[in-house]
Write a protein that binds this ligand. Sequence first.
Ligand code: COA
Length: 190
Amino acid sequence: MFPEAIHRVPGCANDGKIPHVTNWRTVSLDDGVVSLRQWEQADRDDAFREPELGRFFGSAITPSPPVDDDEMPAFAIVLVDSEHVVGKIWCRAGARPPEIGYYLRRDAWGRGYATRALTLATDWLLLDAGFTEVELCIHPGNERSHKVAERSGYERDGTIEDYAQFKDGTRRALRFVRRGSQPHRERREG
Ligand SMILES: CC(C)(COP(=O)(O)OP(=O)(O)OC[C@H]1O[C@@H](n2cnc3c(N)ncnc32)[C@H](O)[C@@H]1OP(=O)(O)O)[C@@H](O)C(=O)NCCC(=O)NCCS
């Protein structure tokens, strides 16, 4: 059971100096219902192009610094039983502390998969990849995502006034943060 089910990757943790995600392509995370593994081009699907999925995404106002692709983990969210890919979760290029984004295909909403995926990814970043803080920046109107953040152990930590040019013309995001080196254990059955 979680978190023992996490497959730990030797060499992923940093040496206590500069946190550095190096081996994310070989990482496989699993809580028995959902697993995360490297996102592949073949995972692209029309179900991920639905406009509703992009409603609360925007164009970054501050361009990301150029980084090596190996520093940008991007995982497919896979159902353990069926091996069906239901979504994607990733770290924004160059963001420090790491900033996570995610989406689920519409027919996979309402079952806790995003909460599981975010918990797995965050626990990995905090426990194995050497980071001390992980953040999410969420449109104020994206209530489903606020709940995912809170269920995954994140807390509200202010607002960013000029975060992105969102589709509704606004620019403000709510910041959510998880800190520390303990796994998030609050988990509903289901
Ligand atoms: C944000 C998004 C991933 C949230 O999806 P979601 O299905 O609401 O979130 P979860 O997968 O955690 O599921 C939570 C729901 O499952 C239920 N649930 C069932 N079993 C559960 C479990 N074991 N753990 C947690 N929740 C569970 C919860 O009660 C909740 O139900 P509700 O829909 O009635 O509120 C989805 O709306 C999405 O893809 N949106 C578009 C992209 C987006 O906005 N991404 C975020 C940008 S910051």
